[in-house]
Write a protein that binds this ligand. Structure first.
Ligand code: B12
Length: 214
């Protein structure tokens, strides 16, 4: 049953471009400060962490609607639909909603992504080239293993991201290229860097970049 519920949810997310879905036990968050957000999980609930790599881009372009914030809306639609398909009550927490849900803390606690000194979450394979989008808490038993062991790639790294971050925050108004420099400084997951269109859209939100990557 649990495998089926995992697979159905994962499939729904993957079809929308959210290729990184990790089930977890909400009890792993018992000691995490969620900044006042209440998960409302009954003991024994089932959590899903929803994120994406560069794999998001094509499905998003194909499915997007003509909204002011097309990516946020796309995320809400895909995740809400996948959650409804679980067939049990479920709550969705989106990283773009305010007050902000501390999704990076959750990512670390469930073994999804380590936190770097530049405040970026590093996925073991994709490094900082992931978007963290939603957490879903369902009324269903979690039947998996303990959190996966998380590599700590910043240990033993020269941490070039710290200098890049200092340069960004030293500016009264950092440009998107300053923020991009922080991500580019990280040696982890360089092969997963977003393509030109996805990258430009993520950083500038200019609609002219809503085009396929080569
Ligand atoms: C507000 C915000 C920002 C603010 C940060 C200001 C601040 N003081 O927090 C600004 C505008 C500067 C920013 C910039 C960027 N952000 Co931003 N941001 C957010 C957002 C929406 C909320 C953060 C928050 O308040 N969390 C709640 C608090 C309670 O959590 P927290 O654990 O205490 O704090 C974390 C963050 O706030 C952050 N943080 C805390 N203080 C500071 C100070 C500075 C200078 C920065 C840069 C970050 C930062 O790090 C903490 C973890 O270490 C999150 C999504 C989310 N819900 O988390 C995305 C998020 C953290 N951002 C993200 C990204 C990608 C970026 C940018 C690269 C630009 C972009 N949007 O593409 C840049 C550069 C980031 C960097 N580290 O280099 C991604 C990170 C993905 C990843 N792999 O880690 C997130 C998760 C959004 C997403 N959809 O994936 N961001």
């Amino acid at each position: 049953m649990s495998d089926t519920i995992h697979e159905a949810f994962r499939r729904g997310c993957r079809e929308g471009g959210f290729d990184l879905v990790q089930p977890f036990d909400p009890r792993w968050l018992d000691d995490v400060d969620l900044g006042g957000h209440a998960l409302g999980a009954a003991p024994g609930g089932l959590g899903f962490f929803v994120a994406h790599s560069r794999a998001l881009w094509s499905p998003f372009l194909a499915q997007r609607t003509d909204e002011t914030h097309p990516l946020d809306r796309h995320c809400e639609q895909v995740v809400t639909r996948a959650a409804a398909g679980l067939g049990v009550p479920a709550r969705c927490f989106f990283s773009h909603h305010e007050p902000h849900f501390p999704i990076q803390r959750v990512a670390e606690a469930i073994g999804f992504a380590d936190l770097s000194p530049s405040h970026l979450s590093l996925h073991p394979e994709h490094g900082p080239w992931v978007g963290l989008r939603a957490v879903v808490i369902a009324e269903h038993a979690y039947a998996g293993a303990a959190p996966p062991p998380l590599p700590h790639p910043c240990e033993g790294c020269d941490r070039p991201c710290v200098e890049a971050l200092s340069e960004a925050v030293a500016k009264a108004q950092p440009s998107w290229r300053n923020w991009l420099a922080v991500r580019d400084a990280c040696p982890v997951g360089r092969g997963s860097r977003y393509g030109a269109a996805q990258l430009n859209y993520h950083y500038t939100k200019k609609r002219r970049w809503l085009i396929p990557d080569d």
